[in-house]
Design a protein. Structure first.
Lengths: 630, 145, 214, 383
């Protein structure tokens, strides 16, 4: 865009200052967007968690009648959908936003306004989906919405429509964010930071982003097809006209399995940062951890039918997918073992972040192993759609993804907000979550093997399921208590204001070289990168030789240990940052309105279209930086 | 063998697949013709505007004519009744030719940085293999009575 | 050891680690993502090929000659597109205008063909609700048409910007991005033309109607 | 960071935690006697699956113990002691190869038997087991229909099978996806509309086995169950004969009244006379026409596909395996007819039968009693 095109289309003035509410609404700063993502998805976490607790109350004993079956179906559907799309994914996105530019030494992501757009679309999409609660018709088809149960014939209300439209909107947001981070990581690295010097979290983000970019279109297609069935009476999944319900399952899991790696890889990245920091050793076998991530990301595309072992695909397909599924255990194992080897010979400090990361290894292994059990088709026919599956995926999702994310929160909080989270409360938080989580999901293995199907709102008395369910429910509440302690911790820590230095944990990567909290411009000077764990080796040049065996002695002698940058210049100091913009918000609103139009009336679609057009035109005519502001 | 391994895993960033170290060391290398026989190269350079920045109108016209011919060819073999089982593979082959023609020359992949080629072919390969395995499932589907 | 980033907001071109333009990288990655989008629809079409329970079947309704013409039109629009970019880079305004607008016109002709085709089919009793063929055919080609329409709008804006002097050789990347998108839409059509039209043009009713429960 | 320097009291807790948790789980855990325990296998299929599971379980337990104990060891051994920087080690290619290869070997111990059992179980009924009994199971929202095409018998929600004879089950669905699962006899297989599936089972002991729909299929999914009744060959033969015998004619005043009410109010959905020859085909056709009626008017259709009630007096459960009843204690049956949703929310019967739609159509308590008496009397007339 050149300067002579910008006199057009300036309907209202561009937000000028970064202060106040309007500053947040117009923000394009990756850190603020990260915070917005974090807050929003944490609120959804509480809501989805409360949904889970309601289910636990209903299931705590046989034949309870607290929640109606209808409501129960809505609860688990919204719980699953929210936890996946509104909690773990955007919480990961919060970390991408906050950390990636800092780790690669950039001042912002590649497309700051696109970044804002992703957030706003995510926000509107999540609001829309949960709006269905208010009109009493929340989605009730399960988080994978199997056709034809989700078709207009069998699910005539608007619940599933909300689900599809919501997911499609969220898909747009995720794809936009995914594209942004692919470009950011490929293109915005500091000088000298080759791909094999990228921090592992950045690597995992790159792989995750690629998975997002490739997997979510498939979900979008499935959603469009189902939506077309529901609205226009097409026959994609209408078995009466020959449509094949199995195709829906393929489509969903073709997306769905890459999706579960989208959920876990960021957490693995976080863990790969936390463990080395607190073991005070570099990550063992860097290249292998990276390759393992790549292999997982690729292989993850060819295992989807393991969710369909009981569909009757035939022995040939079942065997093939059993083997490909088991193969995934190998790269994952490589990661686990490298993390443990990182601890080996280290000097381990047990901070809360470290506890969470360690528990990630412990719990994810359990979940992974039950995953391998599922991969054995004949025994999976006894487990599929039972609580054994529920146990498996909560061990990888709560024990894995969520624990990893909490680890990241405790780890990077001082960097982001300049003060520590209280460690004592942190420990309480951790142990409550750890114990609660095992009590909640451990007995579910036994429930599953004892024949308890999932997605049932009640069960009979003589089945022998009561004790385990009671334990699970109690565990659920202990887990919730842990989360509550975390919330309390946020406020207590803010009050205590235990100020953190630039480098509170003796960190290893670039983000610890800049002041805490991070100044708007991130890096006063764009760093030049020489090593993996660049900051560490520049702090401790004497250790370079241990890692880089053939590094030049002379050069090391000439290196002066550097100190983290403690000084926040206060303002931009001539560093040009992208100016604020409202257009992402307008465009996002347009997209959402258009999608709502799909559910309501044609005129609303037109309205949304106008919004999109206005947003897009205004956006592209608006320069990144306003010349008049200088 | 161990040497190869070292090259593959070396951490100093000099492995063969490694990406440029600094922006300066590798700005938009020009991709040259696919076959290095010199007369072909000459012809190539002639056609593609001296091979400098990107191809010229002559070259594009040749590509366009080629695309048109392939389209006609497709139509023609479609009417040939005797091809039988060969028809579909042939049609796919021809459309792949057209596809490559557009992607490589009109979309400048041939003249552009290899990253773009890598990204796009990766997605194509992934998409094709995933969806072909999906379609294959239907030929195995079903359980024996 | 450090290097201060030069202030380069005049050119708006960031120095990137690969030396590639951010936007072009974004575009290509997006196209990769779109591959999966169309791939899923084409796979759906192939899964349901020959499974419609009732007519009209492809062999009764597809009109290969007409569609070949529209295919050809789209192919040529790609040609026009690449020339437009070329002449823009050479700063030859008049001829650039001509080629940009030819793309728009050719694209519009293609869409015209599609509209005619859709109505024709509807008259002959094939709608998205008729059978699986209708369902998969209309949604796939319809979404492709949607992509084309967006491309037309985009290029029309480009043409206007070029006329007003806002699009010049120094920011020709704006047109290049639109061009990439346009070519991609074209190659998707190349596949669709083969898969839906040429390959399945002879498809008739399925050998045996699949068994329903009763 | 002073708190880090203290010796860890939590170490012991950490050491014991997994063991406490695990032993605790065993305590509250599984009892093979529980009705749906997959460990209480009563046939070769379930046994093979259980054995496979146990094999994998031990493999997993091995990996689990190795990983977790190594983890705890590392945490304890290398906890922070002094400020000395640890050696900044880089990695070790040999180790990497080892811990790729070893799990790969471990996995073959899982993969090979898995593949074997898949082909054993999912490739049709083995020939050496004798002539299988053919059964068709059809999922409906929210009950199961069972047909014996060779015997021309139709029944619902209670599947009679002979022991020691393979049962070849064809699985179908009328509406949405259901899943057919008798945990003690074998793993589940889905009932997918348009995709006929086949599974085979064999019961080695007589008994009543619980079955359960295992794919989410709408509001009443939790309450879509059934029973499989495994009988000796003779008992099964007798049952087959019984199913072809006409029922005892209604005796008492109440039963006669019940029959009339049934004919007026229930017979448009429920067939109760599938014992004559030819009734098999007839029932299949009427089931289809009921289904079509429902599809035509999903909201108000007076007809929906419904369980066949022939010889209902010999059944044990009502509401698709949900509640038990008997001649002596017919409360649940009465409850069902009076107010199906008190037993099962969301039934099509409650939604579509005219007796629940308006007050004037509602049956009185005594009428319900009559119908229930009539239904209970529906038993084969054996001399
Ligand atoms: C974060 C998410 C996540 C992750 C990472 C995984 C990881 C894996 N999952 Fe899981 N899975 C889910 C989320 C996840 N899953 C969800 C949400 C569902 C249910 C969806 C639904 O139905 O609602 C599900 C369901 C599911 C099923 C279907 C079950 C069914 O419905 O019947 C299967 C079947 O194969 C499976 C397998 C696996 C395997 C083999 C892995 C592997 O990647 C695990 C690899 C890890 C290890 C193996 C442990 C570490 C390795 C070692 C220590 C090395 C040594 C190990 C060996 C030698 C074995 N998963
Ligand atoms: C990332 C994903 C994720 C996470 C984190 C969780 C977390 C939890 N899940 Fe999850 N769950 C799924 C993903 C997840 N789940 C999915 C995909 C399904 C399948 C859905 C389907 O079948 O379609 C599922 C299904 C599922 C079921 C099975 C339902 C069924 O099949 O019938 C159950 C039952 O116990 C359950 C329980 C829980 C519990 C107790 C938690 C706990 O960890 C939650 C802990 C959090 C909180 C309790 C919130 C904290 C709240 C407070 C502290 C209160 C304070 C309040 C205020 C301040 C306002 N979940
Ligand atoms: Cu039928 Cu669940
Ligand atoms: Cu999976």
């Amino acid at each position: 865009m050149t300067t002579n095109s910008l006199t057009l289309a300036r309907i209202f003035p561009r937000p000028k200052s970064g202060k106040g509410l309007w500053g947040w609404i117009g923000t394009v700063d990756h850190k603020r967007i990260g915070t917005l993502y974090g807050i929003t998805s944490f609120i959804w976490f509480l809501i989805a968690g409360i949904e889970a607790l309601l289910m636990r109350i209903q299931l705590s004993d046989a034949e309870l009648d607290i929640i109606s079956p209808d409501l129960y179906n809505q609860l688990f559907t919204m719980h699953g959908t929210s936890m996946v799309f509104l909690v773990i994914m955007p919480l990961s996105a919060a970390f991408f936003n906050w950390i990636i530019p800092l780790q690669i030494g950039a001042r912002d992501v590649a497309f700051p306004r696109l970044n804002a757009l992703s957030y706003w679309i995510f926000l509107f999409g999540s609001l829309l989906m949960n709006f269905s609660w208010l009109i009493g018709q929340a989605p009730d088809g399960g988080w994978f919405g199997y056709a034809p149960n989700s078709s207009a014939t069998f699910s005539p209300g608007s619940g599933m429509t909300f689900w599809i439209v919501g997911l499609n909107i969220l898909g747009v947001a995720s794809i936009a964010a995914g594209l942004n981070f692919v470009v950011t990581i490929v293109n915005m690295r500091a000088p000298g930071m080759t791909f094999f010097k990228l921090p592992i979290f950045t690597w995992m983000t790159l792989i995750t982003s690629i998975l997002i970019v490739l997997a979510l279109p498939v979900l979008a297609v499935a959603g469009i097809q189902l939506q077309a069935d529901r609205l226009f009476g097409t026959h994609f999944y209408n078995s009466l006209a020959g449509g094949d319900p199995v195709l829906w399952q393929h489509m969903f899991w073709l997306f769905g399995h890459p999706e579960v790696y989208i959920l876990i890889l960021p957490a693995m990245g976080i863990v790969s940062e936390v463990l080395p920091t607190f073991a005070r050793k570099p990550l063992f076998g860097y290249a292998f951890v990276v390759f393992a991530g790549i292999v997982i990301g690729f292989l993850g595309w060819f295992v989807w039918s393991h969710h369909m072992f009981t569909v009757g695909l035939g022995p040939a397909a079942n065997s093939a997918f059993a083997i490909s599924t088991m193969l995934i255990g190998l790269p994952t194992g490589v990661k686990i073992f490298n993390w443990m080897a990182t601890l080996w010979g280290g000097s381990i400090k047990f901070t809360t972040a470290m506890w969470f990361s360690v528990s990630f290894i412990a719990l994810f292994t359990i979940g992974g192993l039950s995953g391998v059990m599922h991969a054995s088709v004949p025994s999976d026919t006894q487990q599929q759609d039972t609580y054994f599956v529920v146990a498996h995926f909560h061990y990888v999702l709560v024990g894995g993804a969520l624990m990893g994310i909490f680890s990241g929160i405790y780890f990077w909080w001082p960097k982001a907000y300049g003060h520590f989270l209280n460690e004592k409360l942190g420990k309480i938080n951790f142990w409550l979550m750890f114990i609660g989580m095992n009590l909640q999901f451990g007995p579910q293995h036994w429930l599953g093997m004892n024949g308890m199907p999932r997605r049932i709102y009640t069960y009979a008395e003589n089945m022998g399921w009561e004790p385990s369910n009671m334990v699970a429910s109690v565990g659920g509440f202990i887990l919730a208590l842990g989360v509550l302690v975390f919330i309390i911790n946020i406020f207590v820590s803010k009050k205590q204001n235990n100020i953190a230095s630039s480098d509170p944990w003796d960190g290893r990567t670039l983000e610890w070289s800049i002041p805490s909290p991070v100044p708007v411009y991130n890096f006063r000077e764009v760093p030049e990168v020489k090593f993996r764990d660049d900051f560490w080796f520049k702090k401790y040049p004497q250790t370079i030789k241990e890692y880089y065996h053939d590094f030049d002695e002379e050069e090391i002698k000439n290196m002066k240990p550097i100190k983290p940058d403690e000084k926040d210049l206060g303002e931009n100091h001539g560093i040009h940052l992208p100016d604020l913009s409202y257009y992402p918000l307008i465009l996002a609103a347009g997209v959402t309105i258009l999608a709502v139009g799909m559910m309501t009336h044609f005129s609303v679609i037109v309205l949304g279209g106008i919004g999109i057009f206005w947003g897009a035109i205004g956006w592209s005519l608006e320069p990144v930086n306003d010349p008049e502001s200088h | 063998m161990s040497n190869l391994w070292k090259i593959l895993t070396t951490h100093k960033g000099n492995g063969w697949w490694n990406l440029p170290e600094t922006p300066q060391s590798n700005t938009n290398p020009k991709n040259e013709g696919p076959i290095s026989i010199s007369w072909l190269k000459k012809l190539w350079n002639l056609l593609s505007h001296g091979g400098v920045d990107h191809a010229g109108p002559t070259f594009y016209t040749i590509v366009a004519v080629f695309l048109a011919i392939v389209t006609l060819l497709e139509l023609w073999i479609y009417t040939v009744k005797t091809l039988g089982a060969w028809l579909n593979p042939l049609l796919f082959l021809l459309s792949a030719l057209k596809f490559i023609g557009v992607v490589a020359f009109f979309m400048h992949l041939r003249f552009d940085h290899k990253y773009f080629t890598i990204i796009f072919t990766f997605c194509m390969i992934l998409g094709i293999s995933v969806f072909i395995s999906l379609l294959l499932l239907w030929s195995f589907a079903g359980l024996k009575p | 050891m450090s290097q201060t980033i030069v202030d380069n907001h005049h050119t708006e071109e960031h120095i990137t680690s690969t030396g590639l333009s951010n936007r072009k990288l974004l575009m290509w990655t997006f196209l990769g993502s779109d591959v999966m989008f169309f791939g899923a629809f084409i796979a759906t079409y192939l899964v349901y090929r020959g499974k419609s329970l009732n007519g009209p079947y492809p062999n009764e309704i597809l009109n290969i000659p007409i569609t070949s013409i529209s295919t050809f039109v789209l192919l040529m629009s790609s040609f026009a597109m690449v020339l437009a970019l070329h002449y823009l880079n050479e700063n030859r305004r008049g001829i650039t205008q001509f080629w940009i607008w030819s793309v728009v016109v050719l694209g519009a002709i293609f869409m015209g063909f599609q509209v005619v085709e859709f109505t024709e089919f509807a008259i002959h009793g094939l709608t998205p609700r008729t059978n699986l063929f209708g369902t998969t055919f209309f949604i796939l080609t319809g979404l492709h048409g949607g992509h084309v329409t967006i491309g037309i709008i985009w290029l029309a804006i480009m043409g206007y910007a070029h006329k007003k002097g806002a699009l010049r050789s120094d920011n020709s990347e704006d047109l290049e991005l639109a061009g990439l998108y346009w070519h991609f839409v074209d190659i998707v059509w190349i596949v669709i033309f083969t898969v839906i039209y040429l390959v399945s043009a002879t498809d008739g009713p399925p050998p045996g109607i699949p068994s329903i429960t009763h | 960071m002073k708190f880090l320097r203290k010796k860890l009291p939590l170490k012991h807790l950490l050491l014991t935690m997994p063991f406490i948790v695990i032993s605790f789980m065993f305590l509250i855990g599984c009892n093979p006697e529980d009705p749906q325990s997959t460990f209480g296998d009563k046939g070769p299929i379930a046994k093979q699956q259980k054995d496979l599971f146990i094999l994998i379980f031990w493999v997993a337990a091995f990996v689990f113990i190795a990983v977790e104990s190594a983890l705890i060891y590392l945490l304890v051994k290398y906890r922070y002691k002094n400020n000395k920087l640890p050696y900044q080690s880089h990695g070790n290619t040999k180790l990497e190869i080892i811990w790729t290869i070893v799990p790969a070997i471990v996995l073959t111990f899982v993969a090979v038997p898995t593949i074997q059992v898949i082909w054993d179980q999912q490739n049709g009924v083995p020939d050496d087991l004798g002539e299988p009994l053919r059964v068709e199971a059809i999922g409906h929202q929210w009950w199961f229909e069972f047909r014996y095409p060779d015997l021309e018998i139709i029944t619902a929600n209670e599947l009679h099978i002979p022991i020691n004879r393979p049962i070849n089950i064809k699985l179908q669905s009328e509406d949405v996806i259901h899943s057919f699962w008798i945990p003690k006899l074998g793993g589940k297989l889905d009932m997918v509309p348009l995709n006929d599936n086949y599974m085979w089972l064999l019961a080695e002991e007589t008994g009543i086995y619980y079955g359960q729909c295992a794919e989410f299929c709408g509001v009443a999914h939790a309450l879509m169950r059934f029973r499989a009744i495994a009988q000796t060959e003779q008992d099964f033969e007798t049952w087959v004969e019984d199913m072809r015998t006409e029922p005892i004619p209604p005796q008492s005043e109440s039963e006669i009244n019940g029959r009339n009410l049934f004919m007026a109010q229930c017979s448009m959905c429920h067939t109760n006379n599938s014992y004559t020859s030819g009734s098999y085909i007839r029932e299949i056709n009427s089931q289809k026409s009921r289904w079509d009626a429902w599809l035509n008017d999903i909201e108000n259709s007076p007809q929906v596909s419904a369980p066949n009630l022939t010889h209902f007096g010999t059944r044990h459960t009502v509401g698709a395996g949900i509640k038990e009843f008997s001649k002596e204690n017919p409360d649940n049956l009465i409850k069902w007819i009076k107010d199906p949703s008190s037993i099962k929310i969301g039934t099509r019967m409650e939604k579509h039968a005219s007796i629940y739609k308006t007050e004037e159509n509602r049956l009185t308590d005594s009428e319900i009693k009559d119908i229930s008496n009539y239904l209970l009397s529906l038993k084969p007339n054996i001399k």
